[in-house]
Design a protein around this ligand. Sequence first.
Ligand code: ADP
Ligand code: MG
Length: 240
Amino acid sequence: MADGATDEVIRVAGLGKSYVTAAGPFPALKGVDLTIRRGEYVAVMGPSGSGKSTFMNLLGCLDTPTMGDYFLVGRNVAHLPADELARLRNRTIGFVFQGFNLLPRMSLEDNVALPLVYAHVEREPRRERARAMLSKVGLEGYALSLPARISGGQQQRVAIARALINSPSLILADEPTGNLDSHTSEEIMALFRELNDEGITVVLVTHEHDIADHAKRQVRFLDGLIVRDEPTPRREAAPC
Ligand code: ADP
Ligand code: MG
């Protein structure tokens, strides 16, 4: 922010989303207030169907609310047209998904560079930045491999490299460890922690307490509402 007016990356007020269904409107999100500041690390929790993904899709400008306001880095984006939302999304937000979402026929380098294609960056600088991001996530030397040739944990690292390539101020991750074993999950969580330590704001959805405990703040959804919002308790020493 040029005027330093806000360190709020996200502020939502009365945010709601109703889906149109055959049985009539279904309110998946019923009026949520939440502020997330620069550098925060937030876990969004709650049972299946509580509205977590609906909320993340709104935060990620992948969908628009039917009620309330969303200020993204100070700007109300609740009612922006789709093309402006897409531009803002590409510049501001990096996404990480449960299923990695890599393109199978593209090299890892090209997968990572994809957001730069949309940002009209030339081929050579694209490749350089993609390779730099791959080494940042520990995959130096894998630039020309195909996604099927690497493990799930490595694929998620590639997805994180792709999320980082536009230097986003915000990383949104929906169940990023949902398809990974616990050891690999811990490695991915260590990477998120590193990114957060570098100042990137991280918001991630999980239904696992072990994963949520890596975040500094935990927000719990139930039936489309926030029912709890607390700092993560400090870890106690592990029992012998
Ligand atoms: P969570 O991610 O916490 O499991 P979701 O946000 O995916 O929850 O879903 C919240 C509720 O909204 C659920 O009852 C789900 O069935 C419903 N829902 C989600 N997406 C749609 C949609 N596109 N159309 C109709 N109902 C939906
Ligand atoms: Mg979900």
